[in-house]
Design a binder for this molecule. Sequence first.
Ligand code: ADP
Ligand code: MG
Length: 699
Amino acid sequence: MEKQNVPEIFGSMVFDDRVMRARLSADVYSSLKKTIDENEKLDEEVAEAVALQMRDWAVEKGATHFTHWFQPLTGVTAEKHDSFITPSPDGGVIMEFSGKELIKGEPDASSFPSGGLRATFEARGYTAWDPTSYAFIKDHTLCIPTAFCSYSGDALDKKTPLLRSMQALDRQAKRILKLFGVEAKYVRTSVGPEQEYFLIDKEMFEKRPDLVYTGRTLFGAMPPKGQELDDHYFGVIKPRVTAFMEDLNAELWKLGILAKTEHNEVAPAQHELAPIFSTTNVATDKNQLTMEIMQKVARKHGMVCLLHEKPFAGVNGSGKHNNWSMATDTGMNLLSPGETPYENAQFLLFLCAVIQAVDDYQDLLRLSVATAGNDHRLGANEAPPAIISVFLGDELSGILDAIKNDTPYEGTEKVIMKLGVHTLPRFSRDTTDRNRTSPFAFTGNKFEFRSLGSSNSIACCNIMLNAAVAESLKQFADKLEGSGNFESDLHELIKETIKKHERILFNGNGYGEEWVKEATEVRGLSNLKTTADAMPHLLDQKNMNMLMAHNVFTESELRSRYEIMLENYAKTVNIEGHTMVDMVRKNYLPAIEEYLYSLAKTTSLMKSVSSQVKCNYEITTMERLSELTDNILDKVKDLEEALETLKGYEDITKSSEAVRDDVIPKMESLRKYVDEAEMLTSEECWPVPSYGKLLFSVY
Ligand code: ADP
Ligand code: MG
């Protein structure tokens, strides 16, 4: 590949601040900046001027079309392209793009999931420009990040509630900062999402109907080698993968995505990409784009990028780590211990706000990452458990303990911690990042939420996290505003919060059996193992109240999301079930039959030549395989029945329970017999590539 001039290509396809400053008049620029930074209403004339410059810039870069780019509740992004062309009187065309077209679009919304939000007679929805996320060019199309709503104003997407949750947090965090004498223009949350994925050979992929239809293998016996040698993690990257990564980086950089680190992950064929963090809604847009571009670039290299949470049984699945913090416009990280005792008190208060939020809304955080795919990981000893807890590390835990008990803290000097008087030690990442089994870990100056699945939109968990933290901050501000003795009331508040929520703090091994027992039986933490278990909590009164109080969701939006998420779960598993039936009946049973035939033929031929031959191998294999085909037939019939029953349910809660209790167990028991048959059948007869081929074929 030719040498890249990174600073030159970086952001070359983005209408970013550099371009705006260079192209917009000073007035237009400063007015747009006010909209971006301070949420001020956008002037129509300003929009017109921006649209003009955007069009010129895009056309210069070779764009012919524009689209409002949005994130409907399907979890992927959507775009409808319109070209810039307008007929001119002389029979030709001119390239046009108006302020109106920039600000608002009206895609036909009827085929996007709405969970009953949009009445069928009102098929239209509208998209509205999000000026805080830069427009960019992809495939000759100017893409304008937008929110997507129904005409009655209900959010039909993931961006709208995310922006609302950021506003809620901004409002409450500024109230707290004021108490500490800090005047901030805004407080924003930042996220750096680490993205895991698998790369497999495209030819192999295409031979597996399960991968093609569902993104994961539904069958497959274990290969002789898996990840037991730990030789893949951070290992030397194979040339084909290196070429892919170089290409991917270049594409991402052009789009202004700060792709920073890349390495091999634990499982064979598994890799990770991490960008440098950015504002949450921007990070969300960019993560969606990253996932899309990974898949595109992989194809160009003859590979397929699998973003499914569990493409292969028996080796690790893929997740996403959501590194999250809050910062002011001047760059003050509210989760970073400060230099002075006063700053430290402020840090501890924000820390407590997060601890309380995670404890009070464990269920919301859990359900925000719930999908059929991610259910395979959580609690499977490779990912944090479905139980949500917070890791702080020994040092910070020691400090909180000392505050809680009014006992001396054994830091550099033995002191009774008095907030606002004593300095805290700075926590280095080394001392805080040792535990990799915690779902929600403090890592020095940010929290890392590790329960996300690799294909999840990061919008969902950040909506819940922002809203829950906004609620804690609101409660704190309500108590502290108008306090007669700020310092002692603050001290009491922090002490009380630690006491009340210490059950959520856990520094031990989150993968252990003992933890499940302690968490659920002693501490009363929730352990919502599947999507069907988790999702109903979205409609718990306490959760609805909180989300509605902060204007993050309306009641009807919550009900619609409940429907859509569960429907997605049921549909996903339903497709998997049907794919299994299809593969068993059309591929596996006929293949085993063919092998049985050749064994039987060989046996009778051999016996006809000599009466001495025992044909032990042929006969025992035949007997077991024949037994297995009977079992497979029984199990596939069971599964067919379960899938048929599913059709009868009107109620989505009932059908998701049937998926969990009936369909999934039947899929698992069918798989067992097929996988055993694979081990007994000649590879030549086996109709699809084995795990070994899938996992080790890319060099
Ligand atoms: P890990 O050890 O978990 O693999 P990395 O350093 O690879 O850690 O990734 C950490 C991620 O956290 C990066 O995306 C980084 O930009 C992000 N990050 C760092 N500081 C912050 C912060 N203050 N807020 C949000 N994200 C952050
Ligand atoms: Mg990480």
